[in-house]
Design a protein around this ligand. Structure first.
Ligand code: BG6
Ligand code: MG
Length: 217
């Protein structure tokens, strides 16, 4: 049997930081007179900090200087760090540990593939830093999802061919990145939003051990 590897996105998959990103972006957008809706937020999930701000400015038809751009990025992150400061293991989404523990018991290689530059501190806060054989995050990649770079990099570190990698993703951009990498994509969230994924589950409580076992087949 060939090795099957599993790559987890972080925000919105392992922990519900998507809600904190939303609050921070909304505050920033509204602060410069730009509306920010849940639908727009959906399009920012999985998208890097720089690209997210570019999109918000586009939606609001706003042009700003390089310096202002950097200031807004710093402001958003400072606000976001305030939200995640008190995170602990209680914020791990239901049944995520069950699946990670099962994969670990099967000796499956597992990696993190996140766009976030805050991934390592968050994993540390929720006590999952040691759960992964490889961690690829926003500090290691230059191209944002839907570019496959983050997942291809993770596959390389795990030494597993992309077609034998399975990605858990909550964002449209992330599902597209997984498919662009030639991997199997499991969407976590709304099936309508994540229609490009190979499978979609509302959350990890819907994923059974027999479903996981079949992925090894
Ligand atoms: C992704 C989030 O995981 O990371 C995005 O879904 C976020 O919302 C991106 O913009 C970058 O994160 P950070 O923590 O580096 O700003
Ligand atoms: Mg995500």
């Amino acid at each position: 049997m060939k090795t099957t590897a599993f790559i987890f996105d972080l925000d919105g998959v392992i922990v519900d930081t998507a809600k904190y990103h939303f609050l921070a972006w909304k505050k920033l957008a509204n602060g410069i007179g730009i509306d920010f809706t849940q639908t727009q937020n959906e399009q920012l999930k999985g998208v890097s900090r720089v690209k997210s701000l570019e999109k918000i400015l586009q939606w609001g038809n706003a042009t700003i200087s390089e310096t202002q751009f950097q200031e807004l990025m710093d402001k958003k992150n400072a606000d976001y760090l305030g939200y995640i400061e008190k995170m602990d293991a209680e914020e791990i989404l239901p049944d995520v540990p069950k699946i990670i523990n099962y994969l670990t018991s099967k000796n499956a290689p597992i990696a993190l593939g996140s766009a976030s530059k805050n991934a390592r501190p968050i994993l540390q806060k929720v006590n999952l830093l040691d759960a992964f054989h490889a961690i690829v995050d926003g500090t290691n990649v230059s191209k944002a999802k839907p570019d496959p770079e983050v997942f291809l990099n993770a596959a390389k570190q795990l030494n597993v061919a992309p077609e034998h990698c399975i990605v858990f993703e909550d964002s449209q951009a992330g599902v597209q990145a997984a498919k662009n990498a030639g991997m199997i994509a499991i969407g976590i969230g709304d099936a309508k939003v994540l229609h490009e994924a190979d499978y979609v589950f509302r959350d990890f409580t819907e994923i059974t051990i027999s479903f996981i076992d079949n992925l090894f087949a």
